[in-house]
Write a protein that binds this ligand. Structure first.
Ligand SMILES: [Zn+2]
Length: 392
């Protein structure tokens, strides 16, 4: 079966290799052939198809790629958020309250919570999301977390090194993470991550965790330089991590290191928004030639939002990214941060992951902040019904 989408007011492919650089086609059409894109171009040249849908002049983008999210957990930290808004700073320690709730939750509860958040992500135009463990912090709950995540996405990350949980010696916990916990989680995961930060794990501890993960067949990514300008970014580059995430506090050497590497700087402005923190230096990164991704970091503590459109609006308003740079970072940049070539762009042969905006162009994502502009979503050639989230 083939489906021709016509009436595309603006097709923003994010395909920088396209002849019509920067990959924007007005009055376009796109052919979905099975799970992939069979053709795209000016509507006047569109081929015949089994079926057709007129999108009425709307804008079509690649589905957003959310390359950083923590979605397997239980509990609620809205009181912590409220306290923070009246002056209490964010620290890494609040994670432990989510750990207690997650350990106490049933597998069905954790699965239902993840399903609800996945539906929210789809409604926000996301067609690929990464999902981390890290709220179990014992072998059983971490294993359960990655297994549940793997039911919904191939981009599963083992984050046993989130914080040291209460009631265990620090060195004993690191031995557990690098030994039995990794062995239990690696079969369900593609990535290994650590929270390299004051109050969590230092550079040497993070290196030990990532190297153990690499030895177990996982690929590295790293929470780096969120709260302080430590050595996380340098470590991520040293290990050829796919992504250094947060990058809120960067030295000039960090920016140079990222620009000279294949490690993507993944920026998470919803966290700065929700923790009332300074935003990362996106301009410095982009102007130096570093690859930048935008992701939600959806998590119950430091930023509980699934809204890639709001992340884009913040990147434009607060971080001085152009709307085109922000949309690229939320699609092709996210794909780079997951080392994926089949998503994040629209081109013949790539996966038919599409987000249709109820707007004539992508500028509206920043121009109309907070307005639900996602109109329809296709994932691997199938339209995802966008209903209200299932009650949790
Ligand atoms: Zn995170």
């Amino acid at each position: 079966m083939s489906l021709l989408l016509t009436g595309i007011g603006l097709l923003a492919t994010q395909d920088q290799s396209a002849a019509q650089h920067p990959g924007e086609i007005a009055d376009a059409a796109l052919l979905i052939a099975g799970e992939t894109i069979g053709w795209l171009g000016p509507a006047a040249q569109a081929p015949a198809a089994d079926d057709a849908i007129d999108l009425g002049g709307r804008c079509v983008l690649p589905g957003f790629v959310d390359s950083h999210a923590h979605l397997v957990f239980a509990g609620d930290r809205s009181q912590e958020f409220a306290a923070r808004m009246t002056g209490r700073p964010y620290t890494a320690g609040g994670i432990r309250s989510t750990v207690a709730a997650t350990r106490a939750a049933s597998e069905d509860q954790l699965r239902a919570n993840l399903t609800r958040l996945a539906a929210e992500l789809h409604a926000a135009g996301v067609t690929t999301f990464e999902c981390k463990s890290g709220y179990g912090l014992d072998v059983d709950t971490e294993q359960r977390s990655v297994a549940i995540a793997a039911e919904q996405t191939p981009e599963v990350t083992f984050l046993g090194a989130h914080v040291v949980p209460a009631g265990i010696d620090r060195d004993d916990y690191l031995d557990l993470v690098c030994g039995p916990m990794l062995a239990a989680c690696a079969p369900h995961a593609r990535w290994v991550d650590a929270f390299c930060e004051q109050g969590a794990f230092d550079v040497d501890e993070s290196r030990a965790v990532l190297e153990a993960g690499i030895a177990a067949g996982l690929r590295p990514r790293l929470h780096a330089n969120q709260l302080t300008a430590g050595g996380g970014v340098a470590l991520a580059v040293e290990l050829d991590a796919a992504s250094a995430d947060h990058c809120t506090h960067l030295s000039a050497a960090d920016i140079d290191a990222l620009a000279g590497s294949d490690t993507v700087a993944t920026l998470l402005p919803l966290v700065e928004f929700s923790t009332r923190s300074p935003y990362p230096d996106a301009r410095g990164l982009l102007d130096a030639g570093a690859e930048v991704a935008l992701a939600t970091d959806c998590n119950p503590g430091s930023g509980f939002s699934t809204s890639m459109p709001l992340a884009i609006a913040l990147a434009v308003r607060e971080m001085r990214m152009s709307p085109a740079e922000a949309v690229y970072a939320a699609t092709a940049g996210g794909a780079r941060a997951l080392r994926r070539n089949d998503i994040g762009r629209l081109a013949v042969g790539l996966r038919a992951d599409l987000t249709v905006l109820d707007a004539p162009g992508y500028l509206h994502l920043a121009y109309r902040p907070g307005v639900p502009l996602v109109h329809r979503v296709w994932q691997s050639g199938r339209e995802i019904p966008l209903g209200p989230a299932i009650p949790g």
